[in-house]
Ligand binder design. Structure first.
Ligand code: ZN
Length: 715
């Protein structure tokens, strides 16, 4: 029916072995694509684009980017910025390296020593990460294990074990009359963002935190450990930031303001409000085991038991004395220079409407998966865009590629850039993120509801190394490898269900400033797998080629999906936002919040908010009709569509965290990574604060009314 072929395989026979059978390739092409009046011309452009991203070249980028540890602001990080800038320029992008001066710590001294009640030394560390045969672990530029934003100090105290350090874990300790005041809390990684663990420990009066990786969560009990397999070996340590990014991310000293080199010190905030005061240190299960083993006191609940070979206890309280730990943390906090790399292709019709694509570049150590797989994929997407430019193509909207720095310390490079470009962001039509781009073969995505269908449709146009399209593989589902065998039942259920699941955006990566601070519709994509070496020295090129993607075909897949998001959005006649889906999501969030309020016996009137949601829903249906027709004043329609997302922001932001302005999505204050929906309303209900919840319902009602008016202004 059209010239458009959903498979690019035929163009690629020279480059990769083609996995598509003839019967698959016979699937009919999509006759129409939402947002396009006539897709035929665009289909040719997309074919050209999809043929360019190259697996071998992506592998070379990965190898270069991961050749040395490149913590933000180090000379090695600067070198990766120059490499990325050179590739941007080679593709024909207008390129600049944008520096910021931001507060970050690097570790000077980190020490952990544990003694039993008799004073006998149980362990002293942290032990360096080591396995037999890893070629990267001994580089002297590997930073000693530390947490970004950890406090400095020297404390000695008894130890209490607090499981994952969730709100309910601390509550359970309190129910058992175990007081963490003045104690050092031993917490395992998993279940929430590590900054939340420290935040809760600090609120409850702890003086320090030891974070460790239990083999139950990402070690031998999942499968073979590196270098035999992909899971965390016993000396493996998860580095990471404990910044309170759920309060605000970015440079701690400049919330809402860009930390340019020119910004005077007097304009910086002191004291700042998004970092802990207490010490936290990450250790391995090798170092945690002797401490946990020696802990007395009550037995830990069964769900708190990890995979170390003894029963866990909670620690002594008020007895003759328990295990004592001595922590030393000397953190060198300085205002340091970081470098974003920005590459632009100016739009031919709507130059002020930016489509932004981004990925961070800095790593705790080598960062093969996190984030270099994302950077390698983005560079091949840029390669594809460059090939189109060389053939005379110009996107209708401006495309901007961003290689963010210092994401690991607290989304710093992206946040500062968004704050600096806040005015331009009012017209930005999308932000497409990737971070942990490739850890295996399982495609997954999160997005604002208005872009979920865009992603589903787009992934039908990209072939999967597993055969068929990315969409088909995504829809089949991807249970963890060890569960594959027993998953066939669930799989057929999934296949029968209406649509593939696209997650909601919480936080923990660079989409957060775009989406939650300035209201740019966003997506985040990745290709997942068994990945036990997150934020460890073992997340390196050797691990990657053994476990994740030996032939770099998933880097190629992600380059195609990421680049196609930009090309298709940049050239669309009508912005392909799906507001009926958004309205449906909001109505269901509202029902759930109402039920929760009733459950807690809070007397709240959801009537006005539900009426506003219904008005928004009606406007969304009308807009969708106009988008499908794609006739009339398209500039006006596009403006109305774009302003609808901004209309969902509130001027005053969330209670106690004004930097987060989105009324529908925020990172949870007590989860950090995962999204809280209708955050103002739901968090007030959780806190059983009826007055605040009522006030937040009013804020939500106003936002929905604004959004409905914005959609209505197109007609
Ligand atoms: Zn990352």
């Amino acid at each position: 029916m059209t010239l458009y072929k959903p498979f690019v395989c035929t163009f690629l026979l020279a480059l990769i072995s083609c996995p598509l059978g003839a019967q698959n390739a016979a699937q009919p092409a999509a006759p129409t694509v939402f947002g396009y009046r006539d897709f035929a011309a665009q289909a040719k452009i997309e074919e050209l684009f999809l043929a360019v991203p190259d697996a071998r070249l992506a592998g070379q980028h990965l190898k270069t980017l991961t050749s040395e540890p490149h913590l933000a602001s180090t000379p090695e990080d600067r070198k990766t910025a120059e490499y990325v800038a050179q590739k941007f320029r080679a593709a024909g992008l207008e390129t600049e390296i944008v520096p910021y001066r931001v507060l970050m710590n690097q570790p000077k001294v980190v020490r952990v020593e544990a003694r039993d009640p008799g004073g006998k030394l149980l362990m002293s560390g942290p032990t360096r990460e080591h396995v037999d045969g890893d070629p990267f672990q001994d580089n002297p530029r590997v930073a000693i294990p530390f947490n970004g934003s950890s406090g400095s100090g020297d404390v000695t105290a008894e130890v209490v074990y607090a499981n994952y350090g969730r709100l309910e874990d601390f509550d359970r300790l309190a129910q058992q009359h175990i007081d963490v005041r003045g104690k050092i809390v031993l917490i395992r990684y998993g279940a929430n963002f590590r900054g939340v663990k420290i935040y809760l420990a600090e609120q409850r009066g702890a003086v320090g935190v030891l974070l460790y990786s239990d083999p139950r969560d990402d070690g031998y009990s999942k499968g073979d450990v590196y270098p035999m397999g992909p899971w965390r070996p016993e000396t493996g340590i998860q580095y990471g930031s404990v910044q309170y990014i759920f309060k605000y991310p970015g440079d701690p000293e400049t919330p809402g303001v860009a930390s340019t080199l020119e910004l005077p010190d007097a304009a910086r905030l002191s004291p700042y409000g998004n970092a802990p005061h207490i010490i936290s240190i990450p250790i391995s299960s090798h170092d945690a085991a002797p401490i946990l083993h020696a802990l007395g006191g009550p037995k830990a609940p069964m769900e708190w038991q990890g995979a170390l070979p003894f029963h866990y206890h909670l620690g002594l309280t008020g007895g003759p004395g328990g295990v004592k730990v001595h922590l030393v943390s000397e953190q060198d906090f300085q205002r340091r220079i970081i470098w974003d790399v920005i590459g632009k292709v100016k739009g031919s019709e709507y130059p002020d409407e930016w489509v932004v694509v981004g990925n961070h570049r800095d790593a705790w150590i080598y960062g093969a998966v996190d984030p270099s797989s994302g950077t390698a994929a983005m560079l091949e997407a840029v390669h594809g865009v460059g090939a189109l430019l060389k053939q005379g193509w110009r996107p209708k909207r401006t495309i901007v590629f961003g290689s963010w720095d210092a994401e690991e310390e607290g989304l710093i490079g992206s946040t500062e850039w968004v704050e600096q470009n806040a005015a331009a962001m009012e017209h930005a039509v999308a932000y497409f993120n990737t971070d942990v781009a490739v850890a295996g073969s399982d495609f997954s995505a999160s997005a604002v509801p208005s872009l979920k269908q865009f992603l589903r449709e787009l992934t039908r146009s990209v072939s999967s190394p597993l055969g068929g399209t990315v969409y088909q593989q995504w829809r089949i589902g991807h249970p963890a490898r060890e569960e594959r065998a027993k998953a066939s039942e669930r799989r057929s259920e999934k296949t029968a269900s209406a649509e593939v699941e696209v997650g909601d955006l919480g936080s923990g990566s660079d989409f957060s400033p775009f989406f939650q601070h300035v209201g740019v519709p966003s997506t985040d994509i990745s290709s997942d797998g068994d990945y036990g070496v997150y934020h460890s020295v073992f997340d390196n090129y050797a691990w990657y080629t053994l476990n994740a993607d030996p032939n770099f075909v998933y880097l190629q897949e992600m380059a195609r999906v990421l680049g196609l998001e930009a090309v298709r959005m940049a050239d669309a006649d009508v912005l392909p936002y799906d507001y009926p889906a958004y309205a449906k999501a909001i109505s269901s969030y509202m029902e759930a919040a109402k039920a929760k309020a009733a459950d807690r016996r809070l007397d709240l009137d959801f009537g006005p908010a539900q009426t506003a949601a219904a008005r928004f829903s009606a406007a969304a249906e009308r807009a969708h009709g106009a988008q499908t027709a794609a006739s009339g004043d398209l500039a006006r329609l596009n403006l109305a569509l774009r302003q609808t997302e901004s209309a969902l922001l509130s001027e005053q932001g969330l209670p106690d965290r004004p930097w987060f302005r989105h009324t529908i999505y925020a990172p949870g204050e007590f989860t950090g990574y995962s999204a809280v929906v209708l955050p103002g309303v739901n968090e007030a209900i959780d806190a059983r604060d009826a007055r605040l919840a009522a006030q937040q319902l009013t804020v939500l009602t106003q936002a929905l009314d604004r959004a409905a008016r914005s959609l209505g202004s197109a007609f």
